[in-house]
Design a protein around this ligand. Structure first.
Ligand SMILES: [Zn+2]
Length: 149
């Protein structure tokens, strides 16, 4: 069963209106831009409030936090170097897969958002190709890092 949403609920990636959301589901893809959205519950009373965020943006935030922790651990020599290399490889691989998926979805849908600016049509496809290239580069660097271990 789908839950009806307020008429002003929009996709955080392309601003398309979202009419319904399946109950008990945390992730759903936008019908227009095909990007996955994550529904988070915001603590509020007396009503239940929810917030939609871009799943790829959430992954990037987690990776930025991981990179910060790795830098501190590297500077303070808290972890063995092999652990830091392993975590860096995992972060590169996850970022690469995220960028590649975002680029492929941009090519398929014709919608791309870089920063706060949405792109459509040819500009979106150009941005999507760049994103695919960056994703493949990061995945390649992750494989190179695996060879170093
Ligand atoms: Zn969308």
């Amino acid at each position: 069963m789908n839950a009806a949403l307020h008429s002003s609920v929009c996709c955080p990636s392309c601003d398309a209106r979202i009419a319904s959301w399946p109950q008990h589901r945390l992730v759903q893809c936008c019908e227009r831009c095909l990007r996955p959205m994550l529904m988070l519950r915001v603590k509020a009373k007396p009503f239940k409030l929810y917030r939609l965020i871009r799943l790829f943006a959430a992954v990037r935030m987690v990776l930025a936090l991981l990179a910060s922790v790795l830098l501190v651990a590297l500077a303070a020599q808290l972890l063995p170097l092999a652990w830091i290399v392993g975590a860096s490889v995992a972060a590169f691989a996850l970022q690469g897969v995220t960028d590649l998926a975002d680029g492929l979805l941009g090519l398929r849908s014709g919608h791309m958002r870089s920063g706060q600016r949405p792109h459509l049509g040819a500009a979106a496809r150009r941005q999507s190709l760049i994103k695919c290239a960056v994703g493949l580069l990061l995945i390649g660097l992750a494989f190179f890092g695996l060879l170093l271990r």
